[in-house]
Design a protein around this ligand. Structure first.
Ligand code: FAD
Ligand code: NAP
Length: 530
């Protein structure tokens, strides 16, 4: 049986940086990764059009000045191959691969109280022990395909955006169906439309999408950013979401006149990017929210030539309560002759057939189906591991399958000693620039582990009262916004039968960082240590 100081699951941004820090602390560590290489999301998501939607210059590590200086992004929103190349570069530069075991899934992790260690079993039947068990499994790493009747009978090609083949896929001359119009679908649809003989988009919920306004970076701009990075970092640390792309508005929507609001929205539409931060009440006041919702609907009506298609594409829910999407020519795609929009709310999907897809009212013959149907998010990858803490209690049961998540700071949970969750539920995670949130968590965990090693502490565990209070606070902050009011993967409503308490801390990354730092400075307040 192998023994390590720490076991880390996942070799995306989280696992790679965690491994680096553990090594720097002089600890032995093992990373297990299902894929055959590093990259996480960027290893799996190779669908056409995949790119980041946080600006490239912020969507990278900042822990190494040298790394920051030597890497140069080529466009505002880097494409998947470039981000994957970056993560491979990080792995090589810090010589990380030698401690990563690829093609290996962690199937269980049980805390053995008598030993004060985690017993971790992998799908190759091997067992390893470690004092620390650290999850870097990702919030969006378990793809979800609805259980459509007849799914297995389809004779054509099937893809999920989140597990795209590594070989080139051509849709040339084919009839292709895309199910799903979230960020993945919206990125893929314009690209697939250019290749396919005919593209059918099966849309359940219309999507608020705003232009990305992607552009190549010119060298001067990037050099300017690099020269200025310390100051930029300071600004980002004070921000709500982890970028300075568009500082959050300090006014309420109705403090401006209609014409001023319109100008502001027009300007933002031209610049590209999300719009929910333009006024400070857009995500708290439904009336304010409606002003930006109506602006985007107006844009859809302007872009899409056929009024009946524009009407189907116009979302009616509150803007921002589903994760807003950014696109490159998405709505324009519906002006193409080879694209058909099928509203599957009005005409639901009945089954997948051997030759295509059947809705209540029609049959669609297809050569390929792309499932852009998203993820069992936030808890999916954690629950696929049989994680058991003290007294054999499983994490899944403790959190009632997600309905009753309880964490302390999103980093730890009572009853699961020496276990840490990078970007775990109830941290800012997916409502922030995740690379910065990952860095913050990794550095906090690293400091906590060093504190334990220096002070010869064997066990650290969140106190139940501390996590109860954190969870309550997390919900109070969320309930003051519109976010929990929508159906989205944030609360699990995209997965049949799943229900989740709203699992994201919404006070912003700067407030959150201060709280975490204070906990550490106070000797890990809220944790019991032995
Ligand atoms: P991941 O990258 O998801 O890596 C987790 C890894 O753990 C995976 O490789 C997985 O195979 C492995 N794993 C899981 N379970 C096990 C197991 N049991 N055993 C072994 N290995 C396991 N965020 C942003 O901030 N900005 C963006 O622009 C952005 N774009 C995105 C685009 C897409 C298509 C997706 C899906 C997500 C995007 N995200 C974005 C969110 C993204 O999740 C984070 O930015 C970041 O990549 C997460 O890194 P991670 O290492 O925490 O998780
Ligand atoms: P998603 O946002 O959950 O979208 C899934 C889509 O599939 C939705 O349109 C959903 O409709 C539809 N769907 C699900 N089940 C269906 C069913 N049974 N029948 C018909 N339609 C169904 O997933 P995603 O697009 O993969 O994005 C997930 C997250 O990953 C994003 O929000 C973002 O955080 C990240 N991401 C980022 C980028 C980027 O730009 N950087 C790109 C991709 C992903 P409903 O809305 O009705 O549920």
């Amino acid at each position: 049986m192998d023994n390590y100081d720490a076991i880390v699951v996942g070799a995306g941004f989280s696992g790679l940086y965690m491994l680096h820090r553990l090594r720097e602390a002089g600890l032995s560590a093992r990373v297990y990764e299902v894929g055959d290489n590093v990259g996480g999301v960027w290893y799996w998501n190779r669908y056409p059009g995949a790119r980041c939607d946080v600006e490239s210059i912020y969507y990278n590590f900042t822990f190494s000045k040298e790394l920051l200086q030597e890497w140069t992004w080529t466009s505002r929103y880097a494409e998947q191959p470039e981000i994957l190349a970056y993560l491979n570069h990080v792995a090589d530069r810090f010589d990380l691969r030698r401690d990563i075991q690829f093609d290996t899934r962690v199937v269980s992790a049980h805390y053995i109280e008598a030993a004060g260690k985690w017993r971790v079993e992998t799908n190759d039947g091997r067992v390893a022990m470690a004092k620390y068990f650290i999850s870097g499994v990702g919030c969006l790493s378990t793809s979800s395909t609805p259980r459509f009747e007849g799914l297995d009978t389809f004779g054509g090609e099937q893809y999920h955006t989140g597990t795209w083949p590594h070989e080139p896929v051509s849709f040339e001359g084919k009839r292709v169906g895309v199910i799903g119009t979230g960020s993945s679908g919206v990125q893929a649809i314009p690209q697939v439309a250019r290749q396919a003989a005919h593209l059918y988009v099966f849309q359940r919920t219309a999507q608020y999408s705003t232009p990305a306004a992607n552009r190549p970076y010119d060298r001067e701009y990037v050099e300017g950013i690099k020269a200025n990075y310390p100051a930029i970092r300071e600004q980002v640390l004070k921000s709500w979401g982890g970028t300075t792309t568009r500082p959050r508005g300090d006014r309420c929507a109705f403090e401006d006149t209609e014409a001023e609001r319109r100008n502001r929205y027009e300007q933002a539409w031209k610049e590209g990017g999300w719009m929910h931060g333009l006024y400070k009440d857009l995500v708290t006041d439904p009336r304010a929210n409606e002003t930006v919702g109506e602006f985007i609907r107006g844009k859809i009506r302007e872009i899409v030539k056929a009024p009946e298609i524009a009407a189907k594409l116009a979302p009616t829910y509150l803007y921002g309560v589903k994760r807003p999407v950014m696109d490159t020519g998405y709505f324009e795609t519906y002006n193409r002759d080879n694209v058909t929009l099928v509203d599957v709310k009005a005409d639901p999907i009945v089954k997948i057939t051997p030759t295509g897809l059947r809705t209540r009212d029609a049959d669609y013959p297809l050569d390929a189906i792309i499932f852009a149907t998203g993820y069992d998010a936030m808890t999916g990858a954690l629950f696929r591991i049989d994680i058991r803490g003290k007294d054999g209690v499983s994490l899944r049961d403790k959190w009632s399958n997600g309905e009753r998540i309880r964490t302390y700071l999103g980093l730890a949970t009572a009853g699961f000693p020496n276990m840490f969750t990078i970007t775990g539920p109830e941290s800012p995670s997916v409502l922030s620039n995740m690379v910065w949130s990952i860095e913050q968590h990794v550095e906090w965990i690293d400091a906590c582990i060093r504190h334990m090693e220096v002070n010869r502490i064997a066990v650290i565990e969140a106190k139940p009262q501390a996590e109860e209070a954190w969870s309550r606070h997390c919900h109070e902050v969320a309930d003051a916004t519109l976010f929990p009011k929508g159906d989205s993967w944030y609360n699990g409503s995209n997965v049949e039968g799943k229900k989740m308490s709203f699992p994201i801390y919404l006070a912003g990354i700067s407030v959150y960082r201060e709280i975490c730092d204070r906990v550490a400075a106070n000797g890990y307040d809220g944790f019991q240590q032995a």
